[in-house]
Design a protein around this ligand. Sequence first.
Ligand SMILES: NC(=O)c1ccc[n+]([C@@H]2O[C@H](COP(=O)([O-])OP(=O)(O)OC[C@H]3O[C@@H](n4cnc5c(N)ncnc54)[C@H](OP(=O)(O)O)[C@@H]3O)[C@@H](O)[C@H]2O)c1
Length: 257
Amino acid sequence: MTTALITGSTAGIGSAFARRLAAQGHNLVLVARDTERLGEQATELHDRHGIEAEVLTADLSTDKGIAAVEARLGDRTHPVDLLVNNAGFGNKGRYLEVSMADELTMLKVHIEAVLRLTSAAAESMRSRGRGGVVNVASVAAFVPRGTYGASKAWVVQFTQGAAKDLAGSGVRMMALCPGFVRTEFHERAGMGTDNIPGWMWLDADKLVAAALADLARGKTVSIPDPRYKALMGVVKLTPRGLLGGVSSRTGRKYGPQ
Ligand SMILES: NC(=O)c1ccc[n+]([C@@H]2O[C@H](COP(=O)([O-])OP(=O)(O)OC[C@H]3O[C@@H](n4cnc5c(N)ncnc54)[C@H](OP(=O)(O)O)[C@@H]3O)[C@@H](O)[C@H]2O)c1
């Protein structure tokens, strides 16, 4: 039996990864900040699928939290075969409307935690000659969209570079780039979603099924939906200035909700 560690497992895309991987018979290490919610999730997945689900409470915006997950990933007596770096969040507001503290917290969770956890996992996986890392980025990586988009662009570039460096080692690396997904993300960030057209919303379970199929195929960047594949094709051909105007408005409603 293999083991998958998922950060941000208790809600949205992370919980869809946990459901799907448990249904496929993988043991899980579930990581988030809310211990009670983690415990309930572990019990439910164990009871439903007969897998072992370990709980690891960690705040990935802190050194202590990142170090705790690094230590688990480095434990060679209980190896982790698949790491899903999924924990993340949005800040409401454009550049200079978001506090510096919140911007830095985002960089800690979206960049430092992803770098450190990927590296801890990849070291151990490389020595065993197998393993996989999925880093959840966003299609926002491809458009000008504040610190959020910039941090996700880092995730894509970093993952592609690491995948190249690890080619032939047996370790697969993939950046997952979803479009808008119905999760707790927008509500947590206090963002309005009224101006996001219905066709742009993705289902987390379908997204995860497609992402895992892409990982099995050996893709290093996954945009797992035909609508967003087409949209990103258009984005490549659109002048950056025009792109910035559209992307900075969509899904970033300001003022009282
Ligand atoms: N939803 C979208 O439209 C969308 C689109 C593209 C990309 N994404 C990306 O997908 C990933 C998952 O987002 P989601 O939409 O599933 O969000 P979500 O529903 O809000 O879930 C976020 C998860 O991350 C955990 N988390 C948040 N901050 C954390 C921290 N500091 N330390 C540890 N865990 C933390 C949360 O649990 P606790 O609060 O208990 O810690 C929760 O389990 C993110 O990286 C996001 O940027 C989302």
